[in-house]
Design a protein around this ligand. Structure first.
Ligand SMILES: [Zn+2]
Length: 361
């Protein structure tokens, strides 16, 4: 269930709505960064929490504890040259965790866009199986089995030189059926859609739906497919009694991968971010305790929300007032908080619900 440990980064541009934030005593920051994010995405957070409680019932509680504490330990930092304010926080890397999933999607989208830029005639492929009433785990196994067989086919290898694939599930509330399918972005030579469809039908024993189209805008397509890199759908989009089935079917299952010739296939390794220029200012809880009476803490919070640079003098003043010198952040993975958390992540300044809306689009 966990992904790469260590630092990762997702820069989400601030939403215009936060520019008018009221910093009066009555609008104190949330008790923690976790609460700040959860409040903006309450429906999905609650759906995930309730489902994970059922999933881990009586067994391993560590992933559930990590999810409940994701981004609860957070501190504000300032870039020593640009003045940019970032929040660095602990993170759980659980695939269902809304901020962790969005952070991963954001990084992958950038990597895929990099790979696709300048490629000749990139295209998008969608492969589906006929919906059935079989348990989701069985349907997913079957889709992955057929996808493996298709990639071994000589026609496929000739046309699809290299690419990246993502697994997605939709749910039809009227029929009560899941609809697992795959999205790919690829480069290669031309082939008739009908030829691929025929091959797919042969492998799947009758599923003929294959859709191929040109990539018109690399950035849009990269963002579109990357939405599914961590989780194949939102749990809150399912009726309560079907959520556990989805979490169970996805347990220890990859939702994305690459294929094709070495040297041409995309490299989706997530680069480590250099956090050494970020100087620690104060913890989230310290800022919350002081913001009602401290102008400096109000400025720090406002700069973070709006994305405006924090002037240097504010740091110096703060440093003197707390009789502490600003310290540089460590360059490697930080010490684990409470023994249960995987790493640090930064940063969601903006209105998190914007990202959730994007996921639903
Ligand atoms: Zn998380």
């Amino acid at each position: 269930m966990s992904d790469t440990a260590g630092f990762d980064v997702a820069e989400v541009p601030p939403s215009p709505s936060v520019l008018t934030i009221d910093l009066s005593v009555n609008s104190l920051p949330d008790p923690s960064y976790h609460d700040f994010l959860a409040r903006r995405n309450r429906t999905e957070y609650d759906a995930v929490l309730e489902t994970l409680k059922l999933f881990y019932k009586g067994e391993n509680h560590a992933p559930l504890d990590a999810f409940e504490n994701c981004r609860r330990f957070a501190f504000f930092t300032r870039h020593k040259d640009t003045g940019e304010v970032k929040v660095l926080s602990s993170c759980c890397h659980n695939r269902w965790c809304p901020p962790c999933a969005t952070a991963k999607a954001s990084v992958f989208s950038g990597r895929i866009e990099e790979w696709l830029t300048g490629r000749k005639r990139p295209r998008q492929l969608e492969l589906t199986l006929r919906s059935t009433g079989l348990p989701l785990r069985e349907q997913t196994d079957e889709l992955y089995r057929c996808w493996r067989l298709l990639r071994l086919d000589p026609l496929f290898k000739k046309v699809f030189l290299a690419g990246v694939w993502f697994f997605q599930i939709t749910y039809n509330a009227e029929t009560g059926l899941f609809h697992p399918h795959l999205h790919c972005l690829f480069v290669g030579s031309y082939a008739k859609q009908s030829a691929i469809s025929e091959k797919w039908s042969e492998i799947t024993n009758g599923s003929t739906y294959v859709f191929i189209q040109s990539v018109k805008d690399v950035s849009t397509s990269a963002k579109y497919v990357s939405r599914y890199v961590a989780r194949p759908m939102l749990l809150s989009d399912l009726p309560e009694d079907r959520r556990l089935e989805l979490v169970d079917a996805m347990y220890h299952r990859r939702t994305a991968g690459t294929f094709g010739r070495d040297g041409l296939r995309p490299d989706l390794t997530i680069p480590k971010q250099d956090l050494t220029p970020y100087i620690r200012i104060c913890s989230w809880s310290e800022l919350r305790d002081l913001i009602a009476t401290s102008k400096i803490h109000q400025v720090i919070y406002k700069c973070w929300l709006t994305g405006k640079p924090l002037p240097e003098p504010a740091i110096l003043l703060l440093s003197r007032s707390s009789e502490e010198k600003p310290e540089l952040l460590p360059t490697g993975p930080p010490a684990v908080f409470g023994g249960i958390l995987a790493g640090f992540s930064a940063d969601f300044r903006g209105d998190f619900s914007d990202n959730v809306r994007a996921l639903r689009a």
